[in-house]
Design a protein around this ligand. Structure first.
Ligand code: CDP
Length: 252
């Protein structure tokens, strides 16, 4: 059998050509990076957890009418997704101050924001994904005004869905990042949620203890990352208790 074609390898995932045109296989690696890849490690089991968690969130979003690229999970580390053109923006939604917002504006981490705040960063690792405004986005043609209206509405719907889901299991959704894909249906184009939604791209704090259950555990050396992600999966009922998250898997 011919080896399938690798399309792209990123920091945490590899994309392969899918079995049918318009599809892509998204493989979740165990690699963890932070601070624009200055800090790196391999965290056994992380890819398996993120594959399952992203499947869970995106399936839920699809069901409530928020379109995503997710089609189906293939195995422990891979999922089939719709091919799309990625809008070169990282869309960040914040409910509580943390991370770069706290640093930039001098707001104590954990402060509840008066309303969810949506920020846009230009997707460019070389530049460290700089914060940009609607003006940059329009002037450089990264997205149209109609796209921006749709992106804002998608981002806020994802926020409501994810906040509610997390609230139900005693977790505070502090902030998260999503990426947006463009797909074409005949003459029409539509925007969908792409990439992944997982504890790698969210800040999740236990509502009682404040314990961090997201990638900050790795960024700030706060303990075992897979334990934190497993706890999120366990509370959401995502991973069957007996699933061997750390065992290597056979990839076809
Ligand atoms: O995470 P960091 O402090 O570098 O940046 P942030 O702007 O405070 O991140 C806001 C949220 O977006 C956090 O949940 C990050 O995990 C997520 N994010 C991400 O997933 N990928 C990026 N390149 C930047 C932020």
């Amino acid at each position: 059998m011919a080896r399938r074609k690798k399309i792209y390898e990123g920091k945490a995932k590899i994309l392969y050509e899918g079995p049918e045109p318009g599809t892509i296989v998204q493989y979740f690696k165990d690699d963890a990076t932070a601070f624009n890849a200055e800090k790196k490690d391999v965290i056994e089991g992380k890819g398996v957890l993120n594959n399952r968690l992203s499947e869970f969130f995106m399936t839920g979003l699809n069901h409530i009418g928020v379109p995503t690229h997710f089609l189906k999970r293939l195995n422990m580390r891979e999922q089939l997704v719709r091919a799309c053109e990625i809008v070169p923006l990282e869309v960040i939604v914040r409910n509580f101050a943390a991370g770069t917002m706290s640093k930039r504006l001098g707001i104590e981490e954990g402060t509840q924001l008066p309303r969810p705040i949506v920020e846009y960063c230009y997707k460019d690792d070389g530049l460290g994904d700089p914060l940009v405004t609607d003006e940059h986005i329009a002037a450089f043609g990264w997205a149209s005004q109609q796209d921006m209206d749709d992106i804002l509405s998608l981002a806020l719907r994802v926020n409501d869905y994810m906040s509610g889901l997390m609230y139900g299991v005693g977790i505070k959704l502090v902030d998260f990042k999503i990426e947006i894909g463009r797909v074409y249906d005949g003459d029409f184009q539509r925007l969908i949620i792409a990439d992944e939604i997982s504890p790698d791209s969210c800040r999740l704090w236990d509502m009682e203890s404040g314990q961090k259950l997201d990638k900050d555990v790795f960024r700030r050396d706060l303990g075992n990352l897979t334990d934190a992600y497993s706890e999120v999966a366990r509370r959401l009922g995502v991973m069957p208790k007996s699933a061997p998250v750390t065992k290597p898997t056979l990839i076809n």
